[in-house]
Design a protein around this ligand. Structure first.
Ligand code: WTA
Length: 692
């Protein structure tokens, strides 16, 4: 019967350009010759209950979204969201061609709305105030909490009122440096409610990185907590903020208020270092404020948040998202890619410090009125069964995580999984890096008991929401492929010259036209926005990723083609790590490349040239790593330092990273042409030092 269902799917899949499936019915019955032919069908039961249950249904919606984007999106926007005032007749306008003037994207222009109102008030007003909005699970077993939609709304309003009282106004920036406490989404929503622009900084970033972001966006307030427990360690976040604020001040930016949540399970307030006049305990002030707060209606194109991310230079980029389009896009992608139903309990293991936590812990799910699990702790504490313990505890139905976690749990063995029931699960998700077919299979067979479709969602900080993603229930999956584009998204694969490739092909992944969730600029640097994303292939948004499209039209992401690496799903610019390394007084030069890593996906491999006369030592190696940890954060620490008396450079002085990548990967027979190097002998030298 699977064969029949398969044939049924295949016959429905359309042919056509623009990433629309072109499935080849001949696959049927053929022995599995490659990963491209490995198909996993959704069960008949799953498809029957799914929001989109056939390729044809997807196809109809997709076609409409491309042919009539204004109609498609305005219909969703009108029926599923509240707008104080509707948009101008034109739903969107875009210029994505640098040759034709500045890049400008606008959606629902002229409309006014509020994303916090849409996420919370609307659910409460619809009579669902008693539904759980957040289930919170702390670092330690037995440490938990929950908030209903009404309770969450009250807490958000209290903080909004407080922020207004201390002078935060529409358009002001607020930096949030918090671990995964309920206060993190509360703080985001409180800013959104009053039109303030939040900039969440992942609480694993160092004081220096935090300061860099504070100096860039000049917040009125920094919101943090005194400390956090991660596994068995206590991390003093407030000390990091203190140092960052001193550093910011040196750079001309002084922040007058540091609102500090007392995270009692990690640290009591008496033990916290304090600066009177600047530091205020959250618990001393926020609960005093009224639990109702009027909404600030903002324009659809008013900024909602800034999120700093890595690019190919040392300076992080402040990705700016605006309100209306982002709201419609995150909610709609969440709903379809996870086949969301009101009875679902949803858990995304990402931290709100990254885009995944913005779009798919906070906004997307809450806009759908979902119950969301927020987990403060580590997935292997107290042991590697923790995730499944949480799944069983809250009856999680949709679980969304990163391949790196799957691989590390896979290594720890199936016993940690099979000990738990996991029968509540019905949809799984993956994000952050390509998922290798064997990790996919383990996720599918062991975690999901071969029942739950996996949505491998490809997207980026810049895209705001899912771009290429399965619609579970609609078509067969291929382990390791992100499948087909979401509604309104037109992926194209181009060659080096920018020619669009057809059929089976591989090249650089670009997007034609805009979509509502697209970022609108890099904060304070629109020129860099245009140069990085729209100049490489004029007329398209360039993603920075490589991609292959197979004979059936499925998309296979192949990793970054620029100097960005994905380490444990965290996006890191090699230039940032290099600039941290060369700030070490004994480091003369550094070149960083990504190298395949069994668990992290990619590891950080650093070639380091020391200052003349300085000898290599284990101590120096440690001190270099420490420098990166303290300048960026522990997650960016190099896995390997390779001593390099010299680096392979062209005669014009450009480092040939291609060669370094091969040396790092020990693919020594694939070094290619090294004759153009200024000094070809450095290659031999590097190889001989490989195992030092
Ligand atoms: C990578 C995270 C393959 C990709 C949402 C992208 C992926 C970068 C996938 C963005 C996926 C993310 N398959 N690669 N499903 N999801 N990536 O901005 O290289 O932190 O460009 O956003 O992660 O990372 P970012």
């Amino acid at each position: 019967s699977d064969r029949l269902r398969h044939a049924d799917f295949m016959s429905q899949l359309p042919s056509g350009a623009g990433g629309i499936p072109r499935l080849n019915a001949a696959i049927l019955g053929k022995p599995l010759s490659s990963e491209e032919d490995d198909l996993v069908l959704p069960s008949a039961d799953f498809s029957a209950q799914a929001l989109i249950s056939s390729p044809q249904q997807y196809q109809e919606m997709y076609k409409r979204s491309i042919e009539d984007p204004a109609g498609f999106w305005s219909e969703i926007a009108s029926s599923e969201f509240y707008w104080k005032e509707k948009w101008d007749p034109e739903v969107y306008s875009e210029n994505l061609d640098v040759r034709k003037g500045p890049i400008k994207i606008e959606w629902f222009k002229g409309a006014t709305t509020n994303i916090c109102y849409n996420a919370l008030d609307r659910t409460v007003e619809a009579g669902n105030g008693d539904k759980v909005a957040i289930y919170w699970e702390g670092n330690d077993l037995g440490q938990d909490g929950k908030l209903t939609y009404s309770e969450l709304l009250s807490k958000v309003c209290q903080l909004s009122n407080y922020l207004k009282h201390v002078g935060v106004k529409k358009g002001d920036a607020v930096v949030i440096y918090l671990p995964m406490l309920m206060e993190l989404p509360i703080a985001m929503l409180a800013c959104a409610r009053i039109g303030a622009v939040h900039s969440v900084v992942f609480a694993g970033f160092s004081a220096e990185s935090l300061a860099q972001r504070i100096v860039d966006c000049k917040p009125k307030v920094v919101i943090t907590c005194n400390a956090v427990r991660r596994g068995s360690k206590v991390i003093h976040l407030k000390d990091i903020v203190d140092n960052a604020l001193v550093e910011s001040e040196k750079n001309g930016v002084s922040v007058g208020l540091c609102l500090t949540f007392e995270n009692q399970s990690a640290m009591k307030r008496d033990a916290t270092k304090w600066k009177d006049g600047r530091d205020i305990w959250w618990q001393d002030v926020v609960p005093e404020y009224p639990t109702e707060c009027e909404v600030e209606w903002v324009n659809s194109e008013d900024p909602l948040f800034l999120l700093y991310t890595s690019g190919s230079t040392g300076k992080p980029k402040g990705v700016m998202h605006t309100t209306g389009g982002y709201m419609v896009y995150t909610a709609t992608t969440f709903k379809y890619a996870f086949d969301y139903k009101p009875s679902d309990v949803y858990w995304c293991s990402a931290d709100c410090g990254w885009i995944t936590g913005h779009s798919y812990v906070t906004y997307g799910p809450l806009l759908n009125g979902a119950s969301v699990v927020v987990f403060e702790g580590a997935p292997n504490y107290p042991d590697s069964g923790r995730c499944w313990d949480i799944v069983d505890k809250f009856n999680v139905t949709i679980f969304y995580t990163a391949p790196t976690l799957i691989r590390s749990l896979m290594r720890d063995g199936n016993e940690y999984v099979t000990r738990y029931s996991r029968k509540s699960l019905r949809v799984l998700g993956s994000v952050g890096e390509p998922i290798n077919p064997s990790a996919w299979r383990w996720f599918y067979n062991v975690i999901g008991d071969s029942r739950c479709p996996i949505s491998d969602t490809w997207w980026q900080t810049e895209t705001g929401g899912f771009m290429i993603t399965p619609i579970p229930g609609a078509w067969p999956l291929k382990p390791g492929s992100a499948t087909f584009p979401f509604f309104g998204v037109q992926p194209v694969i181009v060659d080096e010259k920018g020619n669009e490739l057809e059929g089976e092909c591989s090249g650089s992944l670009c997007i034609k036209k805009s979509w509502p969730g697209a970022f609108r600029t890099l904060y304070g640097d629109h020129e860099r926005y245009e140069t990085t994303y729209f100049k490489p292939f004029a007329g398209y948004y360039f993603s920075g990723d490589g991609c292959r499209r197979d004979k059936d039209g499925y998309h296979w992401l192949t990793g970054r083609v620029d100097d960005v690496i994905n380490v444990s799903g965290h996006r890191i610019g090699t230039a940032e790590v290099e600039s941290a390394l060369v700030s070490h007084p004994q480091c003369a030069e550094a070149a960083v490349v990504g190298v395949e890593h069994e668990v992290k996906g990619q590891g950080i491999y650093a070639f380091v040239t020391l200052v003349e006369g300085v000898p290599y030592s284990e101590e120096l190696r440690k001190s270099l790593i420490l420098t990166v940890r303290s300048q960026i954060g522990a997650f960016a620490a190099p896995d390997k330092i390779h001593w390099a008396p010299g680096l392979p450079k062209t005669r014009s002085g450009k480092i040939m990273r291609r060669i370094l990548r091969k040396i790092a990967a020990r693919q020594l027979d694939e070094l290619g042409d090294i004759s153009t190097l200024a000094e070809p002998s450095v290659v031999e030298q590097l190889i001989s030092l490989s195992d030092s």
